[in-house]
Design a protein around this ligand. Structure first.
Ligand code: ADP
Ligand code: MG
Length: 669
């Protein structure tokens, strides 16, 4: 244990160093305009900040939530035009008393150019930032909603379409956007009467503050219930749903917040350039932002900022210099081709090469999102961890807070039929689980056991029948609603959030029992802090129930765990949701006899604490030991039901399922 604890402590010691490095970086950035007085250089850094802001927004969509968006520049464009149109002289409706209150607020001015009185919009830059963020967030939801069912390639293609449509609309509505010629006379920001005009330095500082703010929001979101839900969706959408994450909501939120970032940055960009043309927001821009995210490290806040800064400066600083050197070299050695080369113009090719190199040598990006926990030492790995006698009763009661079982039937499955095309996976199946009971489902492979779990947890639709849980009809409800009612499950083919730590997996299990939303996550008020602290303490307590099987590995990615430990994490994750009914799909599959016994005793102690359990299990000794009732499925039909000893003796079951050899083995047992 002590060695395992040493690893996080080493990181703690490294922290002052990181803080010092960060301090130096901030001071250098703040002093930069005074160190390097060249406006072009300051402007290059401001552009780097612009792209860093965009990369941070796309990182929420692609890096956190795992949704590939190829049209992200569309939101950049919308934000830009919101500010451009509301500060330029492009759109000027006729004056009417309606505008009087806006004039008092300083948002519009009455103008007269000879004809009737007109309205000139004069939205302040500082108001435009949040306004554009809101408008683009709305468009994020509008674009996101129809694409949410899509994944991977399909989503990429649809977002690509949106990314193309927005500049085309801008080009083809000249009355609002002045078409391809672009908006003119966009207002520069004013601060306390000071006009930014076209100076480089004020924009530089605003850019720095914006990036710092967006980084802060990104960090806060990432380390919250909201960020965990995004990562759960990214890692395994189905499992996220069954663990209580509302996938639609979660994805829309990612789209909206990502879009809002781009909207605010769009305002900044246009205010700096004081013009907006459709060409500034085309497909190459979307691709460039995506390359920045991939280069820096998807999901890594620092990574994408560094990626954006590197690529922007590559374009404006290094490539022109390198081009000059090559020209000089060409002149020296008399090579015409070298003298004509222009690297900055081949930026797309260079991006492509960079991407290929990254994919080959460093897929996780320059600064990977997941800080890998150190592996356990040999001694720590081989501490004998066998736990006999199940969970510690008091610790488990405190950690799990299992709701009282109640009376009557907790789950009633009546006449449920599930068909996959021509295959009848379940045929009018009835299953009843009494409150506080343990019911086991057995049957040969392909008999429909896992399908039964899937239909109960809302993953596959039923053709007919009814499923009532604690008196509520749950057939047809989405998985996250079913979990919220108190029905948690594990999967036969373990479905954990592979790149997340043991801790994060168990925290996601609590998703439905926590309340923090996006605003709460960013503000992190005392209430939110307290909720997070409680959730972490609970997760630790649940993980600790498994003794030193999981506790030393709490910050390791679950993909690094042994098979048996993954099963334990999956059970811990399900228990974290405070279920009233736990569905275990072959929990001991892949475990050796000692581990099987250990887990069986743990399940027994869960039962003793009042948890109702529905279990699919192949190992008959486990079934006999645990279950009050055994249900035998065969070809999607219920073959028999009864106490374990009755089912064992049922001739039909023996013939259909167990076979002669198994029967003899049973008799001997
Ligand atoms: P068990 O868990 O008892 O081994 P399953 O419930 O996984 O069996 O499968 C029952 C039958 O349904 C099998 O024939 C399987 O191939 C089929 N099946 C399960 N899920 C699907 C699916 N999503 N699409 C098509 N067929 C499926
Ligand atoms: Mg199965």
């Amino acid at each position: 244990m002590s060695e395992a604890l040493a690893a996080p402590r080493a990181w703690l010691h490294a922290r002052p160093l990181r803080r010092a490095a960060l301090g130096v970086l901030v001071v250098l950035l703040l002093l930069f305009p005074y160190i390097d007085g060249n406006d072009a250089d300051i402007d290059s850094l401001t552009n780097a900040a612009t792209y860093a802001g965009l990369a941070l927004g796309l990182n929420i969509v692609v890096g956190f939530a795992g949704l590939l968006d190829l049209g992200y520049a569309a939101f950049f464009a919308i934000g830009a035009y919101v500010y451009g149109v509301l500060t330029s002289f492009q759109v000027m409706p006729q004056w009417s008393p309606f505008w009087q209150p806006f004039a008092l607020l300083g948002l519009v001015q009455k103008m007269n150019q000879g004809g009737p009185d007109l309205v000139h919009f004069t939205l302040s830059f500082w108001l435009a930032l949040p306004l554009a963020a809101l408008v683009t967030a709305f468009f994020g939801v509008v674009f996101g909603a129809p694409t949410l069912r899509l994944r991977g390639d399909y989503l990429a293609i649809v977002t690509l379409g949106f990314g193309e449509i927005v500049p085309i609309v801008a080009r083809n509505t000249p009355s609002v956007t002045n078409g391809a010629a672009g908006l003119n006379g966009v207002q520069a920001p004013m601060l306390f009467g000071y006009n930014f005009t076209v100076q480089a330095t004020p924009y530089y500082y605003v850019g720095l503050v914006l990036v710092a703010l967006l980084m802060f929001i990104s960090f806060r979101l990432r380390d919250s219930r909201v960020g965990r839900a995004w990562m759960a969706v990214r890692e395994d959408e189905t499992a996220a749903g069954t663990m209580g994450v509302d996938r639609t909501r979660s994805k829309l939120l990612a789209f909206a917040i990502g879009a809002a970032f781009a909207g605010a940055i769009g305002v900044f960009f246009v205010a700096k350039l004081q013009t907006a043309t459709p060409d500034m927001f085309g497909f190459p821009v979307s691709v460039m932002i995506l390359v920045m995210v991939v280069l820096g490290g998807m999901g890594s806040v620092w990574g994408v900022v560094v990626g954006a800064a590197l690529l922007t400066l590559l374009q404006s600083w290094f490539l022109p210099d390198l081009t000059d050197w090559l020209h000089t070299l060409g002149a020296a050695i008399g090579n015409d081709w070298l003298q004509q080369i222009d690297l900055a113009r081949s930026i797309e090719l260079i991006f492509g090469i960079l991407l290929v190199l990254m994919m080959l040598f460093r897929r996780e990006g320059l600064i990977p999102a997941a800080r890998g926990a150190a592996a356990l030492s040999f001694a720590a790995q081989h501490v004998q961890g066998v736990q006999r006698g199940g969970f510690d009763r008091e610790a488990a009661a405190a950690a799990l807070a299992i709701p009282p079982a109640g009376t009557g039937n907790l789950l009633e499955v009546r006449g449920v039929t599930v068909r996959f095309g021509g295959l009848v996976a379940l045929n009018k199946v009835d299953v009843v689980v009494p409150a506080g009971g343990v019911v086991a489902v057995i049957g040969p492979n392909g008999s429909g056991k896992s399908t039964l779990f899937n239909v109960i947890t809302g993953l596959v639709p039923a053709e007919s029948g009814s499923i009532r849980f604690a008196g509520t009809e749950i057939l047809g409800l989405p998985p996250h609603r079913i979990l919220a009612l108190g029905l948690a499950r594990t999967f036969q083919n373990i479905r954990l959030f592979a790149n997340l730590s043991v801790m994060q997996n168990v925290l996601i299990g609590q998703h439905a029992r926590l309340a923090t939303g996006a605003f709460g996550a960013v503000l992190r008020l005392p209430r939110t802090r307290a909720e997070e602290a409680r959730a972490e303490a609970r997760a630790r307590a649940i993980i600790a129930l498994f003794g030193n099987r999981l506790a030393p590995r709490i910050s390791q990615a679950v993909s690094h765990l042994s098979y048996a430990n993954r099963r334990r994490v999956e059970i811990a994750r399900a228990l974290a949701s405070q279920p009233r009914l736990l569905l275990l799909d072959e929990p001991t599959a892949g475990m050796n006899p000692a581990e099987t016994l250990e887990l069986a005793e743990q399940i027994k102690s869960l039962h003793a604490l009042g948890l109702t359990i529905l279990l699919i299990e192949h190992k008959l000794d486990v079934v006999t030991q645990l279950a009050d009732t055994v249900i035998v499925l065969d070809h999607g039909e219920k073959l028999a039901e009864g106490r374990p000893d009755q089912v064992r003796r049922n001739e039909e079951v023996l013939r259909a399922y167990l076979g002669r050899a198994a029967r003899e083995a049973l008799d001997a047992a």
